[in-house]
Write a protein that binds this ligand. Sequence first.
Ligand code: SAM
Length: 393
Amino acid sequence: MDQITFHYDTVLSDVHLLLPNVRHLMTRLNHVGQPVFISKFKILWDGERQDDNDAGKGLEEEEDRKGDEEDAQAEEGEEGGEGGVDPVLDEDGDLEVTRRPKTSPPEASDRDEVCPIILSQSTTVQEEEEEEEEVENEDKQRSKDIIRIEHTMATPLEDVGKQVWRGAFLLADYILSQQVMFRGATVLELGAGTGLASVVMAIVAKTVYCTDVGEDLLSMCQRNITLNRCLLEPAGGEVRVRQLDWLQHDLCTDADVEFSWTEEEVADLHDNTSFIIAADICYDDDLTDGLFRTLYRLSSNFSQPCVTYISIEKRMNFTLRHMDISCEAYDHFRRCLSQLQGLEDGRRRFRVERLPTAFPQRLQYERVEQLELWKVTATPLQFEVPSDSELLP
Ligand SMILES: C[S@@+](CC[C@H](N)C(=O)[O-])C[C@H]1O[C@@H](n2cnc3c(N)ncnc32)[C@H](O)[C@@H]1O
């Protein structure tokens, strides 16, 4: 008999788990055969109603919402509403559930029938480009406050970047709450995944280097930047999708490699970057070590003082090793942070602080208490203002 293989390392982001709706249809398979979905995330600007922690609503267009409400009302009506029906028990006292008879939809229903169809599998780059062009034309019609993100669902660990994670929302909320600070800045995002935080950053910043690894993921990220062009154009912000591997010492400048850097971009990054952002990037200790080495190396080479914002979700897992609940990846992240805290290497001084997360919620997701935001400041020593005591003779 064939052996059954369990894919124990497949993960699904809570963002996608909690937000299904009729528009969450698979649009196609990407060229490596993974189902691709497009989700919409609405930015709630000042004055709009926010239902914090109401995970389902941000994605849905008004008509979807209306439809769902109507459905809920219809169900309540049919079941007689809360408290209207006495539970039916069998002779042992078990609850007997009466199933509602299946009815065919009324002919004149004004709701679209949901028929998920895989239209085609994109096989060539040309096909993907044609789709992009179509999307671009649609773009012009689109609302200025909807972020559209192409993503996959339930990926193996090595493809987690193809899903959107809650940390990206927390970071995006922070960016939207600090627009004055980020306006006109040059920003580097590490482990950008689908690129959601970079899109939001480019609403205010001048240049965002949106980085990750893997041609496949970077292509998806690039498509997301194109999908959201109408959000970025008014402010003139630009997103450049580039390869940056935390396990490599140098940036790739080989012109034959897709998503490589030009010499001008490398110079711009070193001379002008004042912020680094990273969302939900600590889930494997070796990668976390690589990330912190990269952070240290980059911010030591930047000409400007550099502030890094890292969002993280403290995930509890049961481990056989501990026979208990633990959060090893988070604990390792905290150890890396404490190694940076107070570090002075002759050129830079590093300071680490945890930021409060009480800033307004502009995107709708569940802002669970395990979501944290950390700030790492790297100040070149020549930029430091001497304290009063240091000035005294
Ligand atoms: C959990 S995902 C987070 C994606 C995105 N920031 C978000 O919050 O939605 C972690 C990201 O780290 C990236 N990553 C993993 N190893 C990396 C490496 N060696 N260099 C750069 N990025 C890496 C993954 O490709 C993935 O996009």
